[in-house]
Design a protein around this ligand. Structure first.
Ligand SMILES: [Zn+2]
Length: 273
């Protein structure tokens, strides 16, 4: 039963949604959930990772087009671009960005919101800012007295952080020989969480091909050596690819008797009737 089930993902740059949550977005969209994506920037500060691509548009437009193609693969209901400058989100007055996101949350009325955790996966400044915007927006959307002109207060039932288990970070080091992302020449390491802190593991094996297809849409961001581009890459062969992991950071008004026993496998657990 997916009537009226809605999910909103909030990220910073085109492709943030792809690697850790692309399977989850696809799975729910194809199961009939209305899936929305709020993206803070167009990612115009990203590096061109594939020298075979010659951009014929401004980089912001190229990345927006890549994102729109990926959204078609996910089967999203709607993409909402906030239009802030890549790398500049810390300069945006939080009241402005949070106002926009609260408006969207009250319009869409999602049961589930997912975004970055406080570590921002690898500490990109825009990720840290978007985590704070998303957290504040989920909280303030539920406050009746706050911005009544934006519509009735809305309680999000479950707010999730995308979270990598430490084993995945270790596995990356083993497979690729690195576990960090360079920014301005400085390597920023991925943050892994102990598996005990991961509350939720979504099995997206059935959607792994589409997840790989969506990642490939972000062609400007993928170096030719990336394993996902190789012909022999099997999206269903590696659990680091088809297990998407989250921490349930906040919950409200779940069904009576609902509790997490070991790990959840469904973001809508406790919400579906
Ligand atoms: Zn990013």
């Amino acid at each position: 039963m997916t009537d009226n089930l809605k999910l909103v993902a909030i990220f910073a740059h085109p492709d943030d949604e792809a690697f850790g949550t692309g399977g989850t977005l696809t799975k729910y969209a194809h199961e009939g959930v209305d899936v929305h994506l709020i993206m803070a920037t167009r990612g115009e500060a990203g590096q061109l990772a594939n020298p075979a691509i010659t951009p014929t548009h401004p980089f912001s437009l190229l990345r927006e087009q890549e994102l729109r193609r990926a959204c078609e693969v996910y089967g999203l209901k709607q993409l909402h671009l906030l239009g802030y400058g890549d790398g500049q989100t810390a300069m945006v007055p939080p009241s402005e960005a949070v106002y926009k996101i609260v408006r969207l949350l009250r319009d869409i009325k999602p049961q589930i919101v997912l975004s970055f955790g406080p570590e921002g996966v690898y500490g990109h400044y825009d990720h840290l800012v978007v985590h704070r915007w998303a957290s504040a927006s989920v909280r303030l959307a539920a406050e009746t007295e706050r911005w009544p002109e934006l519509g009735a207060a809305h309680h999000v039932a479950k707010f999730y952080h995308r979270a990598m288990p430490q084993s995945q970070v270790d596995n990356m080091q083993e497979r690729l020989g690195y576990n960090s992302v360079p920014m301005d020449g400085i390597p920023f390491p991925f943050t892994g969480y102990p598996i005990e802190q991961i509350t939720t593991i979504v099995d997206v094996r059935a959607w792994a091909d589409k997840k790989a297809q969506a990642i490939r849409c972000h062609a400007s961001q993928i170096g030719p050596d990336n394993p996902i581009l190789q012909e022999d890459f099997d999206p269903t062969a590696n659990d680091w690819f088809w297990k998407e992991t989250f921490i349930l950071a906040q919950s409200h008004g779940l069904l009576d008797g609902y509790f997490i026993d070991d790990k959840e496998c469904d973001l809508f657990a406790g919400v579906r009737v």
